[in-house]
Every structure is written in C-alpha cells, then in structure tokens.
Design a protein around this ligand. Sequence first.
Ligand SMILES: *Cc1c(COP(=O)(O)O)cnc(C)c1O
Length: 356
Amino acid sequence: MRPARALIDLDALRHNYRLARELSGARALAVVKADAYGHGAVRCAQALEAEADGFAVACIEEALVLREAGIRAPILLLEGFFEADELALIEQHELWCVVHALWQIEAIERAHLHKPLQVWLKLDSGMHRVGLHPADYQAGYQRLLVSGKVSKIVLMSHFARADELDCARSEEQLAVFEHARQGLSAEVSLRNSPAVLGWPQAPSDWVRPGIMLYGATPFEQVQAEAARLKPVMTLQSKIISVRELPTGEPVGYGARFVSERPTRVGVVAMGYADGYPRHAPTGTPVIVDGQRTRLIGRVSMDMLTVDLTDLPQAGLGSQVQLWGEQVLASEVAACAETIPYQLFCNLRRVSLVYRG
Ligand SMILES: *Cc1c(COP(=O)(O)O)cnc(C)c1O
C-alpha cells in the first residue's frame, strides 16, 4: 500500500477544543466545515460530541452529513440558507441558521414552520462580505422578533483582521458592533480562532473556533496562547527511492534543483495530488526519521524529493513527516506562501488514520 497517510490525533483535537473554551470562558461551536478542515467532519464531531456545545458548518449539505452520522448536538449553518426551500430541512433537522441578508428575513417571515427557528443575525461590522448593514440591523432584529418564526436570536459578526495582533481594525469593528446592538439584550458571538487567542477583550457568549481546533496557529508571529495548541494532523509517508548524484545534476521537473555537491536524493511518496503544496520551494523543511532536512526540486503530482546528504542513516523505507509536531503546518504554509487552512483543506487521496 502507498504509505501516504494523515494521522489524526483526536486527543489533541479535544485538548484544543478545551483550550478554546478555557481562553474565552464562553460556549464554543466547533467549526467543522470543509470536512473539518480536511480532518474528517464525522469523526471529529463524534470525538467532540460528548463535550461540545455545538458545531458549525458552512451549509446544509455539510450539516446533513453530520445528522446522518447520528450527531444530535446543535449545528449552526454559517452561511445560512441559499434558497428559501432549505428552511423546511433546517426545521426538520433542528439546525441553527445564520441570517446575513434582508431577503433571508423576508423568507423566514413567509415560511410555514411548525417550530420556531434559532437564528444568528449577522452584522457586517466592516469585513464587507456578508451581514446586515449597521443601519438595517435593529430593524432586522425587530422583524425577526415579531415574525413569530424565531425562538432565539444570537447577535454575531466576524473579524477581517483578527490575525494581525497589532492592527486596530478589530477594535473598529467591535465599536461598530457595539453601536449596532445598543439596547438589544441577546447573546453575542464574534470570535473565530485568532480572536479567541488574541482578542480577549471582545465580548462573547459563544465563540467559533476553527483552525485552532486542528492545532494550527492563525498568526504569522509567535503568540503565547497559540503555542499551547497541539497539532492534530501528522501528514506522513516514506522514502520509496534513493539516488546518489554527483555535482551538477538536475532533480525533477524543470531542473529546478541542480546539485551543488555530491547529493543523496530521497524520493517521497507524496505530491500535490495529495494536497502537498506545489509551490513549496527548495528549502521547505521536511522530517526524515525524526531529523530535519529540506525539500529539493519541484513537487510533482505523486512524489517529491528531499535532501538526504547529511542523513546517511536514512534510506529506503525511512519515515517522512511533511507536517505535524516536528514541522508545523504553519511553517510549511509560510514557505509555500499560503496558510495552514489551505494546506489542510487541500488534502486528498491520503487515507485518514484516527487515534485517541
Ligand atoms: C470559518 C469560520 C470560522 C472559523 O474561523 P477560524 O479562523 O478557522 O477559527 C468562524 N466564524 C465564521 C463565520 C466562519 O466562517
């Protein structure tokens, strides 16, 4: 069998969930959209269900997968519904629903429901993606209230730059939110992972941690709370071929690496079709038999190449860690000019192996 696997440590997942709760002092919806950022939504939700206050996904398709797997906890739809006829399913499966636009309020007013809905009314406090305009917020709230169709409204917004710790924008968004919700006595939810870790001053009855559950930092710089996270995924494979090259020999597509000394090249069964970033350059750290070395040459679809010159004991069958505890996904992401979110979400073909 091809040795490419992603080990998923469910104890680490629970540790990170508890940390989100501890740091925020709030109830926490575990964000398991996009198949739990590539970690497997059903298995992750099952691992957390005994203690989680609930889950959040992007859309009803993702929620139904969890319901079909027997998850009974609350599930919030972060993008709400896309078409009014989803409301019947939302009611049937007792899903919580973000409302981010006036047309959605109208659809709820018109809907024929047997039970009232729980909605999270989203304010656009400055990210300018979705959410009600501050000038419409109070009126939207009142309309939902008098519609008779909702039993509870949570006030929510989303930060655009919470991962930038020295940026004033989150404070500005917070001020917009505070102004828009004046006089409304309802629970609030503002904080994603960077805000849970880095913005303790933001009020929260509910937090919405995503990336931190999977043990990756949302920050570019070192941050004390983020340092307490435990990586959940170990992406690993093995050396399947070794080459001894003299000086001046190219390796891989496009000869992007040419040996500058006699070089031992290890070929790893892992490529961009597995989700390893093709843009990772020569020098990106890779762990071979527990020791740090570097990627060399271009990443191809099913294989990549590493420098074994200074690891004489390594060879055919050596264990390779692409990311995990010894080399963090955030470090690989930085080398490839992306973010750990994308590395995780791009994972394909490798089998997920759970423990804990
Ligand atoms: C995805 C998402 C989150 C989780 O964000 P992280 O940065 O992964 O913690 C929280 N809230 C909303 C609205 C989201 O879409």
